[in-house]
Design a protein around this ligand. Sequence first.
Ligand code: 6PG
Length: 227
Amino acid sequence: MQHNSLWHTMETADQVAVAAYQQILECAEHAIAEHGSFKLVLAGGSTPEKVYHLLAKANADWAKWFIYYGDERCLPIDHADRNSLAATQAFLEKVAIPNMQIFTIPAELGPEQGAKKYQQVVAAALPFDMVLLGMGEDGHTASLFPGHQHQEDELAHAVYNSPKPPPERVSISAKALSNTQQLIFLITGTNKQEAVKNWRSGQDLPVATISAKNPVDIYIDRDAYNP
Ligand code: 6PG
């Protein structure tokens, strides 16, 4: 388990979302004051959606926000299972972030082409200010799965044979995800208990390969972790 991680255990998934939402807004204000922009990497999956709905109602200096994605499924750009569609419908289409500042992963091009193109986007973006990540039941995060080998110096990976459908994806690498001021894991639900226990016991899981310049914040509800 990362030595510089802070576990914030909340009673409910709603409290997890509110706490993470508040930290994101604070991080944005600080980043904009410090360097004139806020570079945020969005998480895929369903857990972050509560946070996205809260952000959709926030007052923020949206013109200074730059949006990236931690990973994307290799599906058509308007497919219901795309992470970008979920984030757009819950958050991005409801706030005034300029479209040219939203960097969708071109995963519809397939893993190789998608990763090749997004590698350039990530290189131009680093360092991030805030990265949001979820965790799967096997301890995966973004589309970094247990047992998968990747070239560590890559900024974006082509992913094949994902155990979580669809099988082909594009993922930002652990190295690039860790090149951020702050990083939040959002973990809720009883189905994550086993992976949390394995992570905390020191298992070498993908979630354990991620760090940040500041301590990683893990927002987790009692269903996922009840010490
Ligand atoms: C994806 C996500 C993936 C997700 C976890 C947790 O594309 O599926 O990037 O890494 O964050 O699997 O998913 P849930 O939040 O839906 O449990």
